[in-house]
Write a protein that binds this ligand. Structure first.
Ligand SMILES: Nc1ccc(C(=O)N[C@@H](CCC(=O)O)C(=O)O)cc1
Length: 475
């Protein structure tokens, strides 16, 4: 039985406008909390579809929510539309060719993510109206997934308080139910202040903030051996103190991104990194101030909803790609290493299949290798608040690294469009299963409540931290 269900026809009927939406957002890559035009595109689409629209969700100008239907359970479908710095790339070519502009690009496929989720919500809206059933569907347009933890702030402000089930997806190499195994993380800016001086004339009077940042790196790099092995420490210099080597640098700023399997493991590691910063300040006679930029929880899964989503995948089958799609994916694979390609198979618990360029089957549930190739997502915080299920939707060549020009290059391809429409059907079908079947929602909630009773949700964002609305990733 393939593509026979009414809900899937409601998705198919929307193909052209939603491909258009995804392509327009691809063409206006906007970073973390600056997604003004992309959010406006989503808002316009919500209005055109007749959703009741709430802008400025949780006080965030680029967060929007649309609701349709009356009474009954509330199903939230989550979308994103933020881009990444440094990943600008022409569409549909298999060589690195940035386009003129500020260098940003959709290197994580969020142009597709937002459009498919809105498309699914709109299809469910029509299905609800046609069946006259009680129930509400919401589309949450969520900004700043890449480093802004917007969904965590939205959870904290109560945006999901009356939601029964949350559904989302992420572009991927393979289609299937997403394994809930993302890492909790915290991003902290460390700003060191010293004293400027003539680097040759009076270096003894200077106190170098740049030295402090470098010594902090040394400390953090020694720390790696003494923390749980699946923790991650990354850093980026936001301010190295200037371009003059003959000035003792009086200010410097480094952003740390610290990850661990869960918050309980993360918190002590963050404390140790903070101590290293204090030590670096002490060693250099500088002072350090810190600012938490974002923090997200690990994902928790939900058995009943994952099962329901799996059944949708089984009924619909994999996305249908064409020979042209496969030929272009093969060109992209030529720009990758064999390790990139093998890692993609292994990450999903699959044997390496030589010559396979695009996903041709649904990855069975529970196949994931676990622990490898895992990032973080602010969907994690939603998943602690309400039962949440996510799909992976095949939209690009197997082996394409996340956050790469190759991923940006494929974001407007026919394969991306096919994958986006396919996964919209999976999400809409899963939402309809929940709306038709109150017992499924009850089981999902019971499992969630049991998990929360074991370890309750603690918001990882310190109470005084607000969304970093003015944050420039390229500061
Ligand atoms: N299904 C996915 C979900 C998230 C990501 C991802 O790359 N997330 C960023 C988010 C960073 C953050 O939340 O702070 C990362 O891990 O660096 C990739 C695939």
């Amino acid at each position: 039985m393939k593509n026979t269900e009414t809900i899937w026809q409601h998705v198919d009927a929307r193909r052209d406008p939603y491909v258009g939406l995804a392509d327009r957002v691809w063409g206006m890559p906007e970073l973390c909390y600056a997604e003004t035009r992309s959010c406006a595109e989503h808002t316009t689409m919500l209005e055109a579809e007749g959703f009741r629209v709430t802008q400025n969700v949780a006080g965030i100008p680029t967060a929007v929510m649309g609701e349709a239907g009356e009474g009954g359970p509330v199903i939230a479908i989550l979308g994103e539309y933020d881009a990444l710095p440094g990943l600008s790339q022409e569409a549909g070519v298999a060589e690195h060719r940035p386009v003129p502009g500020d260098g940003s690009g959709h290197g994580c496929g969020h142009n597709l993510l937002g459009s498919a989720s809105l498309m699914a919500a709109a299809a469910v809206k029509d299905w609800l109206a046609e069946n006259g059933l009680p129930g509400r569907v919401r589309y949450y347009g969520c900004p700043a997934e890449e480093g802004g933890a917007a969904k965590g702030f939205m959870v904290r402000e109560g945006a999901f308080d009356d939601v029964d089930i949350a559904i989302s997806w992420h572009p991927a190499a393979f289609s299937g139910v997403n394994e809930a195994e993302s890492l909790a993380n915290t991003r902290i800016d460390f700003t060191f202040a010293g004293r400027a001086a003539h680097a040759a004339g009076a270096p003894h009077l200077g106190r170098s903030a740049l030295d402090a940042v470098e010594l902090m790196s040394v400390g953090a790099n020694y720390l790696r051996e003494h923390i749980p092995s699946d923790c991650r420490l990354h850093y980026a210099y936001l301010n190295a103190g200037g371009i003059a080597p003959n000035v003792v640098q009086s200010s410097a700023k480094v952003r740390y991104l610290i990850r661990a399997v869960d918050l309980a493991t993360l918190t002590p590691v963050v404390e140790r990194v903070r101590k290293i910063a204090e030590g670096a300040a002490l060693m250099t006679g500088t002072t350090v101030t810190t600012q938490v930029i974002s923090a997200v929880s690990n994902l928790v899964g939900n058995g009943p909803m994952e099962q329901a989503m799996q059944e949708n995948f089984d009924r619909l089958g994999p996305p249908q790609f064409t020979d042209e799609d496969r030929a272009f994916a093969a060109e992209i694979q030529k720009t990758l290493t064999s390790d990139d390609i093998a890692a993609a198979f292994r990450r999903h618990g699959l044997k390496v299949q030589k010559g396979l360029t695009l996903c041709d089957a649904i990855v069975p549930m529970g196949a994931s290798a676990g622990g490898t190739g895992v990032g973080s997502t602010d969907v994690g915080d939603v998943s602690w608040k309400v039962p949440t299920v996510q799909a992976r939707g095949a939209t690009y060549a197997i082996g394409t690294p996340g956050h790469s020009w190759q991923l940006t290059a494929q974001g407007k391809n026919p394969a991306a469009h096919a994958g986006m429409v396919h996964v919209a059907k999976i999400m809409a079908g899963t939402a309809v299963d929940a709306l038709k079947n109150p017992e499924l929602i009850a089981r999902a909630k019971a499992e969630h409540a049991a998990r929360m009773a074991e370890s309750p949700y603690v918001c990882p964002l310190p109470a005084d931290v607000k969304p970093a609305l003015g944050m420039s990733l390229a500061e």
